[in-house]
Design a protein around this ligand. Structure first.
Ligand code: MCA
Ligand code: AMP
Length: 504
C-alpha cells in the first residue's frame, strides 16, 4: 500500500456515500463529503509548504473539520499533533517548541494568546473555529476536492501525542502508521465493529481514546459516529437510542448511572459499552449490569502503546480487571528492580511488546531508553497481576500520576509551580478519590516561615499557567511532609490521610 494508514482508514471510502458523521443538529456528513474536505486541507497544507514528516499542532474544538485535519495529515504525510483545548498558552508553547511544529491551528479566541508562541517558534498560525470557520478553512475552500495521497511507509510517523513525565517535562510519544493501524485492526475484530455500527462519540479527539480507538475503528469498519462536541448528559441520553455502541471514561458511566433516565429500555438495543483510560470501579461495573442487564467491556491502554488488553467480547467480562492481552501484544509482569519476569499471580510492573508499541519519545533518547527496552518491551509504570484465568488486574501505579476524569495529571508539574510561590518551602501534590472524576488533585504545602502562605494568591498564580483540570481542588498547609528513612516523601501516607476529603 502506498500509504497504509490513509488507504485503510480513509482511502477505501473516497466514493462512499454512506453517512460517516451524524451531528447533533440532525445533519449528517457522508464519507465522500468528509474526504473531499480532507483533500482540500491536505492540498492547503502542502501549498503552505508542509512536507511529509513535518508536524502540525492543533488546539481546536472538536468538530467534523477538526477530524478532517487528522485525515488530511494522514493523506499528506504530515505528523498530527493534537493538544488538549484546556491547555494554557504557557503549556502549548512547550509543545510547539519541542515538536518544532511548522503550523499551529487554533480557534479565533485562542489566537491572540498563541500568536507570540507560534512566532517565537517560527511556526505559522491559522485559525479553525468550532463552527468550521477560520482562516485555515477559508483558504481551503479554493483547493481541489481531491488530493494525490503522499506515499508513506508503515513505519513512518503519523502522530505525536504528548504525555507528561514524572520529572514534569512532557514527552512527545512518536506513533507510527503501523502502531495506529495494527491496533485499529485488532480492536475492530475483537469488538466486532461493522459498517452497521453507530458509535456515540462524546470523547475529546485530542487523546488516544477518542481519536484513535473510537474514530479509527469506526473508519476501518466503515460505520458511523454520532459526533457530539463533548459529554453532556442530556445530549448523550437523547442520542443513545440511535447508537449501537459507546466508548467512555468511567466518569461517563457514573454520570449516566446517576440519572434516572438511564434505563434498561433506553439502551436495550445497544450492543457494546467500552470503558477505559482510568480504572472502572468494580462497583460501577456491577451497578451498570444491575441497571441495564449489560456488562461494560473494560480495556487498558496508554498513549505510548494504544490498547494493550481487553475483556472479551464473548465470555466473561470480569469486573475490576482489564481482561487479556490483545492478539499480537505480549504482556508480562516483571520485578521493577531486576526486570525479571515474576511467577504467575505475583504483583509487578506491567511490560508490553507488540506492533502497537510506539517508536520512542521525540528527541529524548535517554527517556526512551529508560522506558523502552532494547528487546521491544515497554515499561508501562502500571503495577499489575495476572489471575489464574489469565485476566490482567491493574493494582496500582509505579509512577506518580493522577487520573482525573480520564485526564492524566503529573504531580511534579504542579509541585514545581507551587515550590516557586512566595512563602512555600516545599509541596507535595496527591490524587484523592473523587465521586465524579475518580481522582482529584490536592496540594499540600509546607510554609517557609511561621506565617501561613496566602493560598488564594497561590491558586491564582499557578492557575495562569495550568490547564483548568490540573488545578488543585484544595490546598492544605502542613508543618512538614511525611518522609521515610531515606528522606523520600511518603505520598501514600498523605493519600491515606486525605482520602475522605471528597467522599460522596
Ligand atoms: C473538566 N474539568 C475537569 C475535568 N474535565 N476537572 C478535572 N478533571 C477533568 N477530567 C473541569 C472543567 O474545566 C470545569 O471547571 C469543571 O471541571 C467541571 O466541568 P464539567 O462540565 O463537569 O466537566 P466536563 O466538561 O463535563 O468534563 C468532564 C469529562 C471530561 C466529560 C469527564 O473531562 C472528559 O471528556 N474526559 C475524557 C478524557 C479522555 O478522553 N481521556 C482519554 C485519555 P470549571 O467549572 O471550574 O470551569 S487517552 C488515555 O488515557 C489512554 C490511552 C486510554 O487508555 O484511553
Ligand atoms: P495516558 O498516558 O493518557 O495514555 O494514560 C495511560 C494510563 O491510564 C495507563 O498507564 C494507566 O495507568 C491508565 N489506564 C488506562 N486504562 C485503564 C484501565 N482500564 N484501568 C486502569 N488504568 C487505566
Amino acid at each position: 500500500m502506498a500509504n497504509p494508514l490513509f488507504d485503510s482508514l480513509f482511502g477505501q471510502h473516497l466514493n462512499n456515500d454512506a453517512v460517516f458523521l451524524h451531528l447533533p443538529d440532525g445533519s449528517a456528513i457522508t464519507y465522500a463529503a468528509f474526504l473531499q474536505t480532507a483533500a482540500q486541507y491536505a492540498g492547503l497544507l502542502t501549498r503552505m509548504g508542509l512536507e511529509p514528516g513535518d508536524r502540525l499542532a492543533v488546539q481546536i474544538a472538536k468538530s467534523p473539520q477538526a477530524l478532517a485535519v487528522y485525515a488530511a495529515c494522514a493523506q499528506a504525510g504530515v505528523v498530527f499533533l493534537p493538544l488538549n483545548t484546556a491547555y494554557t498558552p504557557d503549556e502549548v508553547s512547550y509543545f510547539v517548541e519541542n515538536s518544532g511544529a511548522r503550523l499551529v491551528l487554533c480557534d479565533q479566541a485562542g489566537a491572540d494568546g498563541l500568536a507570540p508562541v507560534a512566532k517565537a517558534c517560527g511556526a505559522t498560525l491559522e485559525t479553525l473555529n468550532a463552527d468550521g470557520s477560520g482562516s485555515f478553512t477559508d483558504q481551503a475552500k479554493a483547493m481541489p476536492t481531491s488530493f494525490e495521497t503522499v506515499t508513506r511507509d508503515g513505519d513512518d510517523l503519523a502522530a505525536f501525542l504528548y504525555t507528561s513525565g514524572t520529572t514534569g517535562r512532557s514527552k512527545g510519544a512518536m506513533l507510527t502508521q503501523n502502531n495506529l493501524l495494527s491496533n485499529a485492526q485488532v480492536l475492530m475484530a475483537q469488538w466486532r465493529f461493522t459498517s452497521q455500527d453507530v458509535l456515540l462519540h462524546a470523547l475529546p479527539i485530542f487523546h488516544t481514546h477518542g481519536l484513535f480507538v473510537a474514530s479509527n475503528i469506526t473508519l476501518l469498519a466503515g460505520g458511523s459516529m454520532i459526533f457530539l462536541p463533548g459529554f453532556k448528559l442530556d445530549q448523550v441520553i437523547d442520542h443513545l437510542p440511535q447508537a449501537t455502541t459507546m466508548m467512555g471514561v468511567p466518569t461517563f458511566y457514573t454520570r449516566l448511572l446517576g440519572d434516572p433516565r438511564f434505563t434498561r429500555e433506553l439502551v436495550s438495543h445497544m450492543r457494546l459499552f467500552v470503558s477505559g483510560s482510568a480504572p472502572l470501579l468494580a462497583e460501577t461495573h456491577v451497578q451498570f449490569e444491575k441497571r441495564t442487564g449489560m456488562r461494560i467491556l473494560e480495556r487498558y491502554g496508554m498513549t505510548e502503546t494504544n490498547m494493550n488488553t481487553s475483556n472479551p467480547y464473548d465470555g466473561e467480562r470480569r469486573a475490576g480487571t482489564v481482561g487479556f492481552p490483545l492478539p499480537g501484544t505480549e504482556l508480562k509482569i516483571t520485578d521493577s528492580k531486576t526486570g525479571e519476569t515474576l511467577p504467575q499471580g505475583e504483583i509487578g510492573e506491567i511490560e508490553v511488546r507488540g506492533p502497537n508499541v510506539f517508536k520512542g519519545y521525540w528527541q529524548m533518547p535517554e527517556k526512551t531508553a529508560e522506558e523502552l527496552r532494547a528487546d521491544g518491551f515497554f515499561i508501562t509504570g502500571d503495577l499489575g497481576q495476572i489471575d489464574p484465568d489469565g485476566y490482567v488486574h491493574i493494582v496500582g501505579r509505579n509512577k506518580d500520576l493522577i487520573i482525573s476524569g480520564g485526564y492524566n495529571i503529573y504531580p511534579k508539574e504542579i509541585e514545581l509551580l507551587l515550590d516557586q510561590e512566595e512563602g512555600v518551602l516545599e509541596s507535595a501534590v496527591i490524587g484523592v478519590p473523587h465521586p465524579d472524576f475518580g481522582e482529584t488533585v490536592v496540594g499540600i504545602i509546607v510554609p517557609q516561615g511561621d506565617t501561613d502562605p496566602n493560598l488564594e494568591q497561590i491558586m491564582t498564580n499557578i492557575a495562569k499557567s495550568l490547564a483548568r483540570f490540573k488545578h488543585p481542588q484544595k490546598l492544605i498547609v502542613l508543618p512538614e511532609l511525611p518522609r521515610n528513612t531515606m528522606g523520600k516523601v511518603q505520598k501514600k501516607a498523605l493519600r491515606d490521610q486525605f482520602q475522605g476529603l471528597f467522599s460522596a
